[in-house]
Design a protein around this ligand. Structure first.
Ligand code: GLV
Ligand code: MN
Ligand code: MN
Length: 413
């Protein structure tokens, strides 16, 4: 049993046109009009594949193919939103490989004991509405639905209002449901598979992640007449914090990574001293205890920076996802699928967050990685060769068939 490479490539091409950037990347930020257009196309394809399509209270899309027995389904999935000026592979590749797997089961008229389905998760990126993976977080019971609904973007627009506006505020409860397993195919977003010349990564788990938001309140004033001695510049304090965050990662070392990715300035004009700055801090480490150390060090860095500049700070450590090991059985099934395809593979830990991280709290979960050229992601240069994608999609198909008890996969030789 194999996927249809040409059909998968065509679908990637067609979905990749919605929100395509001039440089061949993707700008399909969550709950925008382009997100709606992408969802509309996916829903059409899901219905054409004979799937029963439903939408839950967080706008997650489900498409289900019946099994021969009343058993919990095997789900595959990922997300269809992108970061701004992102690439065409992060998220949508996993969704399309899930769809291609279901189409391939249809081609073979394959019967599975468990139903098989796909999920398209809402706002995985956390680019517009924080935190990331918010919809799988609600599904797993880790984020209250009301909190998710009331999350606002930079313009103060609420997530629930945007869900409604684009027509994807569904009625199915967004709660854990019985699932045999969850499988997610994704690009690696790092360099290891390419460096080692391997087409497949068998993902063993995901690092722990912590996000903080720091709001600095200085004194907005004129850039000309205000002597240096009278300034309380929120951006100068922010600059100290940015450098301090890099220093924390250097100090803890090992696998710790730390990023300040967002900086919002007020009033953000050349001739005013910045009165207010909001910055984001993202820490990741395979070891939970290192995140505790990093957050404590961040508090110290902020205290020193604000004292020096005479500004005030609010620090919110608002999101934390624990280190997540995947289910040994599912990891083993993915590994066996890779081996049976005869393609090179290795076990790997994900440095990026994925909806699979929350799904692991609901059901046995695993992931498949395919290589990222140059290790690049969250940028327009993101690229994965079709040969690698084909291997990944076939591994997904075989693993899914095995977990769902497909007749061809379970029949004695
Ligand atoms: C999701 O892309 C994340 O790892 O932040
Ligand atoms: Mn992703
Ligand atoms: Mn991403």
């Amino acid at each position: 049993m194999r996927i249809n490479r040409a059909r998968l490539a065509e679908s990637m091409e067609a979905l990749g046109k919605i929100g395509e950037t001039a440089r061949g990347g993707l700008n399909r930020v969550a709950l925008t009009d382009d997100d709606r257009r992408g969802r509309d196309l996916l829903v059409r394809w899901m219905k054409e594949a004979g799937l029963a399509v439903t939408v839950d209270q967080m706008g997650n899309l489900f498409g289900l193919r019946a099994g021969t027995e009343t058993r919990p389904p095997v789900f595959m999935g990922s997300h269809a939103d992108s970061v701004p000026s992102g690439g065409k592979y992060d998220g949508q590749l996993g969704v399309l490989c899930a769809l291609e797997t279901l189409r391939s089961l249809n081609d073979r008229q394959a019967r599975t004991r468990h139903p098989v389905g796909m999920i398209v998760f809402t706002n995985e990126e956390g680019a517009r509405f924080q935190p990331a993976m918010i919809a799988s977080g609600v599904m797993a019971g880790k984020i209250p639905l009301e909190d998710a609904y009331n999350t606002r973007d930079r313009d103060g627009v609420r997530l629930v209002d945007e869900l409604e506006r684009i027509g994807y505020l569904g009625s199915e409860p967004c709660v854990p449901r019985p699932m045999r397993a969850y499988l997610e195919l994704h690009i690696e977003q790092g360099p290891l598979l390419e460096e080692e010349g391997l087409p497949l990564g068998v993902v063993e788990g995901i690092v722990a992640i912590a996000w903080s938001r720091i709001t600095l309140h200085g004194v907005q004033d004129h850039a000309g007449p205000t002597p240096m001695r009278l300034r309380h510049d929120a951006l100068v304090a922010a600059a100290e914090i940015v450098t301090g965050v890099r220093g924390i990662a250097r100090h803890i070392a090992g696998d710790m990574v730390a990023t300040v990715g967002r900086l919002d300035l007020t009033p953000n004009i050349p001739n005013a001293i910045p009165g207010r700055v909001v910055l984001s801090v993202d820490f990741r480490d395979p070891q939970e205890a290192n995140l505790d150390r990093a957050l404590a060090m961040l508090d110290h860095v902020v205290r020193v920076a604000i004292r020096q500049e005479g500004v005030r700070a609010e620090v919110e450590h608002y999101w934390r996802v624990p280190r997540t090991p995947f289910d040994p059985e599912v990891v083993g099934v993915v590994e066996a699928a890779a081996a049976s395809l005869g393609c090179g593979h290795r076990r790997i830990i994900s440095g990026a967050g994925h909806d699979a991280q929350y799904m692991a709290a609901i059901c046995p979960t695993g992931m498949i990685f395919v290589p990222s050229r140059g290790g690049r992601s969250h940028c327009e240069e993101e690229f994965t060769a079709l040969d690698d994608i084909e291997h990944g999609a076939n591994a997904l198909l075989l693993a899914c068939a095995r977990l769902a008890g497909a007749e061809s996969a379970t029949r004695a030789p």
